[in-house]
Design a protein around this ligand. Structure first.
Ligand code: PLP
Length: 388
């Protein structure tokens, strides 16, 4: 009988050493030894898959990548020091001067900076398209378009993009579909099964799940990953073995953690809907979500993030943050501890109101990353901060 992916993941680990350890040991070593000149020659000539140097490969990093590949049903992968280095490597290894990138406007802030500030320095063009109007994307494809890049659910607006529909588009024009699957996590959504060629992750978020280390990973088609591997091996954004060791252990509980995060989030979103201080509440698995049907089709659960709009706008947003007693005010998300953020006065404060509106950030938008505390305590803190 074929083992279920969760079992395969838990049982895929570094081969036991002579110490007979049960849990994977930590290989804090920069380089690896060879028995003789011939084995060293053969390894440098790519005739073996022995480790050479931890910028190229390391047993802890390989274990982490293999486990992500099982979850994402990917052929191969490469792990990086952060989510942003995974995103950046996927662009730099596969795009060249004269290429065009079609990118959804609702993407992570630093991804915007990479695309709008740095890619043009290397002659790579881009066009932003809107998350809630994928029918308009085809008209933006040019003869030099090479890649489509998107996140779903988007951050922080939680729009859902139909991955099967975008996959059809990329098939028709023979493009690379690159999906940031950080918000959904690979236990809820598997973009490769829906036609994506590459999936990138910030492992810093739900995959670590406890706000401890940075990490990133890109997985997908073998020939694309090989290009990314060669780029990273030469330029050096590799994941540290220690972080990989921690992230691998975290993956063993990702499935059960996400079940609880999502159950808590659905409960809290349902309870908050209709609250007199809120203009609206958004969560992918609330039937009132504009793309609810698509979310149900491509996600196992609605994830751990919800957002809502305070009727009082910007000032009310600041007040709300100040009144919270339990929820943390911090830049991370995907933690056991619930976190609140107010993008308009913090992460996106430097943008004009029009620029914020274009990426779905309204003045009173609050994003909550729902933790693993008791759901009643999380709800109580949010409602007391709203009612106060
Ligand atoms: C945090 C985040 C990133 C960047 O990841 P880092 O690990 O912080 O570099 C990319 N995409 C999304 C959706 C994120 O939330």
């Amino acid at each position: 009988m074929e083992l279920h992916p969760v079992t395969q993941l838990i049982r895929t680990q570094i081969e036991q050493t002579g110490e007979k350890e049960h849990s994977s040991p930590l290989f804090l070593t920069s380089s690896f030894c060879f028995d003789n000149a011939e084995s060293m020659r053969a390894t440098f000539a790519d005739e073996t898959d022995e480790n050479i140097y931890s910028r190229f490969s390391n047993p802890n990093v390989d274990e982490f990548v293999q486990r992500i590949c099982i979850l994402e049903q990917a052929e191969d992968g490469f792990a990086t020091a952060s989510g942003m280095s995974a995103v950046f490597a996927s662009f730099m290894a596969l795009l060249k001067s004269g290429d065009h990138l079609l990118i959804c406007r609702s993407v992570f802030g630093s991804t915007h900076t990479v695309v709008a500030k740095y890619l043009p320095k290397y002659g790579i063009e881009y066009t932003y398209v809107e998350a809630d109007r994928i029918e308009s994307w085809e008209a933006e494809i040019k003869s030099n378009t090479k890649m489509i890049y998107l996140e779903t659910p988007t951050n922080p607006g939680l729009d859902i993009i139909d991955l099967e529909a975008v996959s059809k588009l990329k098939e028709k024009y023979n493009l690379i579909l690159n999906v940031d699957n950080c918000f959904a996590t690979p236990v809820s959504q598997k973009p490769i099964c829906l036609g994506a060629d590459l999936v990138v992750h910030s492992a810093t978020k739900w995959i670590d799940g406890q706000g401890r280390v940075l990490g990133g990973v890109v997985v997908g088609k073998k020939e694309l990953i090989n290009e990314i591997y060669l780029f990273c091996r030469a330029t050096g954004p590799s994941l540290s073995p220690f972080n990989a060791w921690l992230l691998s252990r975290s993956l063993e509980t990702l499935d059960v953690r996400m079940e609880r995060h999502a159950a808590n989030a659905l409960f809290i979103a349902s309870e908050l809907e209709g609250h007199k201080e809120l203009a609206w509440v958004k969560y992918p698995f609330l039937p009132s979500h504009p793309q609810y049907e698509i979310a149900r089709k491509q996600m196992r659960d609605g994830g751990g993030i919800l957002c809502f709009e305070l009727k009082g706008g910007l000032e009310k947003g600041r007040q709300f943050l100040n009144r919270l007693r339990l929820l943390s005010l911090t830049a991370n998300l995907g933690d056991t501890r619930s976190i609140a953020s107010h993008p308009a006065s913090t992460t996106h404060a430097k943008l004009t109101e029009e620029e914020r509106a274009a990426v779905g950030i309204t003045p009173g938008l609050i994003r909550i990353s729902i933790g693993l505390e008791h759901r009643d305590d999380i709800l109580f803190d949010i409602t007391q901060a709203l009612d106060n």
